[in-house]
Ligand binder design. Sequence first.
Ligand code: CAA
Length: 283
Amino acid sequence: MDVKSVGVIGAGQMGNGIAHVMALAGYDVVLNDISQEALDAALETIKGNMARQVSRGKISEDDMQAALSRIKTTLNLPDIGKTDLVIEAATEREAIKQAIFEDLQPHLLPHTILTSNTSSISITRLASRTDRPERFMGFHFMNPVPVMQLVELIRGIATDEETFATCKAVVDRLGKTAASAEDFPAFIVNRILMPMINEAVYTLYEGVGSVQSIDQSMKLGANHPMGPLELADFIGLDTCLAIMNVLHDGLADTKYRPCPLLTKYVEAGWLGRKTERGFYDYR
Ligand code: CAA
């Protein structure tokens, strides 16, 4: 199937990054959110990130203007239904994602492929609630989307080969690399990354090291570009906790128990960079 248009649901940090790379690769993009403020902020972020790419000689001014002209924003979810490929990038809560797919379903073209950018939720379960489980799969970008090379592609139990091949071709056209992962809790990247971040929070909780020493140790001692606590703030502590809960519930092993300190920060509303407070203070 030849994908020409892409619908992106959710204009947060993942959604705006996905709209950015899709538009630069030549796809017509319809970006949806329930808040006009979020849509306006997303367009500003995309413009800022593309302008930086222009200033660093990665893309031309013409590329940027052409890409921006391909992005339409809408508060009306049904507008998304007229696209060839839908990527849902809403909040990492299963009930919200299911409600979105349910609302969207009556407005979909018959051939439209549905995907979710979920970082951990079962693709098979999300797909089973739609009218097209064979044309449903996981399409998981990494943050920051314009920079990170990997996209995890996750087949649900019913995903057909044409759907997988179509999504793989889209990843190729983005110039990114697809990794195929089976549909188990948190797939590959977060199955490995989140327990490490959770362990870093335990290391802080137990007083083994300070925030600074934990991050510095992993940056200088393991060559990670960001320390684990800085990375947790960057991803969002609510997202980290949600993923740990999916691992803990789905794999029923205490080694995935979320650190109580992580839970406490989320309860305090200290969600990292997006709330200007997490393990670091950004105010
Ligand atoms: N959007 C777009 N571009 C960005 C960006 C953003 N938010 N942040 C940085 N960049 C670009 C910069 O413009 C710069 O581009 P050039 O190479 O063209 O100059 C490049 O990225 C490097 O940026 P900086 O020089 O400003 O900063 P840096 O060298 O410290 O790199 C980083 C920043 C790329 C974010 C780096 O720290 C890094 O790789 N961190 C780890 C990120 C990571 O692990 N992501 C995965 C998170 S897990 C996930 O996403 C899965 C999930 O489901 C939770």
